[in-house]
Design a protein around this ligand. Structure first.
Ligand SMILES: Cc1cc2nc3c(=O)[nH]c(=O)nc-3n(C[C@H](O)[C@H](O)[C@H](O)COP(=O)(O)OP(=O)(O)OC[C@H]3O[C@@H](n4cnc5c(N)ncnc54)[C@H](O)[C@@H]3O)c2cc1C
Length: 385
């Protein structure tokens, strides 16, 4: 247990990719002595460490595309800026479409993405086969492929954010949960811990799947629910190569990418109710392997290496909630990424730091305000995996 300071200019609750990225960007913008409270013993121990590492710009809303595009640019510079080994591999994301209406929608989205400067290609099944000859294209009407999408290493990236944030003056306190907020009227005045309060003018809620609990301490109703999601990996397989893209079969929702010489397979169990259980349900493995094998017949020979589960922090419209809620001062929300928080962390880290330091972010994030739910003004994200 570390001792907590009595005051801090900013206290961030949660050292996942989001909290660590915000701490780094605050340091870069000259905010010293930022405190990051993490209930676990290292950064990235929550959803970030369970993440599949996918980084894509192929979203249905222009705002999500733009946030991810900014993140991709940051990830392209990451190793140099953060002095790490390469952590981002632009192998591309290939979406396979078998439903006529969805294929139509993806083609329209590709136009929108290209208009933003994202190099998404629309492909015939033959064009997709040229990229992944291993895949069975039965029933596929078409595909979209963005070559600048790819895969990143969530642990190394989050730890690098932490290391650079520390070098810029941030303090990461592990094994120190925030237990409450001290309110002065409608303003957050301090963060409560078992070792005392930390007085601060700004608290950042970066608590991932636990974000609703933190918001509640300030009387804020934040609609973020935790949903268990699984990944399984195979042992190394002969057909797997470094350039294999992330493959997403939109017919079943199964996604697959290379991982340590084998394949990582993931699928959302849409029937599972929300909850904080992250035990691995091995009975679910079969439900993932079946649709994966249908597309990638070579998986028939696969031996499963590992399996794990983590939590998606999900909002009703599958979009993040960003910014200060209207009724409360001194609380910044960076929550509810609904399965795409890792890929959006670099941009979100920068935007939230701008908001705190300059009073507004350099991108219009109005669409992601908390109040959209009460105003019935949601623009839902459709491309959720
Ligand atoms: C199986 C799976 C696959 C995924 N695949 C992808 C993918 O391919 N691409 C992608 O972009 N995203 C993916 N995601 C989603 C991604 O992991 C999350 O969106 C992202 O990690 C959210 O980051 P975060 O920092 O907000 O949350 P977290 O990483 O959960 O960090 C929040 C931290 O807050 C801490 N905390 C909570 N409450 C308190 C408290 N009271 N006091 C102190 N600390 C507290 C937690 O311990 C945790 O470390 C996946 C998620 C899962 C589960």
């Amino acid at each position: 247990m570390s001792s907590v300071p009595q005051t801090a200019p900013v206290v961030i609750i949660g050292a996942g990719c989001i909290g660590a990225a915000i701490a780094y960007h605050l340091g870069k913008r000259g905010v010293r002595d930022v405190v990051v409270l993490e209930k676990e013993l290292f950064s990235g121990a929550g959803s970030t460490g369970k993440c599949a590492g996918g980084i894509r710009q192929q979203f249905s809303t222009p705002l999500n595309c733009t946030i991810s595009q900014r993140s991709v640019h940051a990830y392209e510079r990451f190793a140099e800026e953060m002095q790490t080994d390469p952590v981002f591999f632009q192998v591309g994301y290939l979406f396979l479409l078998s439903d006529p209406a969805m294929w139509e929608r993806f083609q329209r989205q590709a136009d929108m993405q290209r208009s933003l400067g994202i190099p998404t290609q629309t492909l015939t099944p033959e064009g997709a086969s040229a990229i992944v000859p291993e895949v069975d294209m039965a029933g596929v009407l078409g595909a979209t492929f963005c070559p600048t999408d790819g895969l990143g290493n969530p642990h190394e990236i989050t730890q690098a954010y932490e290391a650079r944030a520390r070098a810029l003056g941030a303090r990461f306190l592990f094994g120190v949960p925030a237990t409450g907020l001290v309110m002065d009227g409608t303003r957050v005045a301090a963060v409560r811990t078992a070792q005392g309060d930390i007085a601060t003018p700004m608290v950042v809620n970066a608590a991932g799947p636990y974000a609703a609990e933190v918001a509640k301490w300030a009387g804020v109703d934040l609609p973020v629910l935790p949903y268990r999601r699984h990944c399984f990996t195979t042992k190394p397989m002969a057909f797997v190569h470094e350039k294999l893209p992330m493959i997403v079969d939109m017919k079943t929702g199964v996604y697959m990418h290379r991982e340590s010489g084998g394949m990582l397979l993931g699928l959302a169990d849409k029937d599972e109710p929300p909850g904080f259980d992250i035990s691995t349900n091995w009975d679910f493995l079969e439900k993932v392997v079946e649709p994966a094998m249908e597309r990638l017949p070579a998986l028939a020979e696969a031996e499963i290496g590992h399996g794990w589960a983590g939590l998606y922090e999900t909002t009703p419209d599958h979009n993040a909630v960003l910014g200060v809620p209207k009724r409360v001062q001194g609380l910044m929300l960076a929550n509810g990424f609904s399965g795409h928080g890792f890929m959006q962390a670099p941009a979100v880290g920068e935007l939230i730091s701008e908001w705190i330091v300059d009073g507004k972010p350099s991108l219009d994030l109005h669409e992601m305000r908390l109040e959209r739910f009460a105003e019935d003004a949601v623009v839902a994200e459709a491309n959720v995996i």
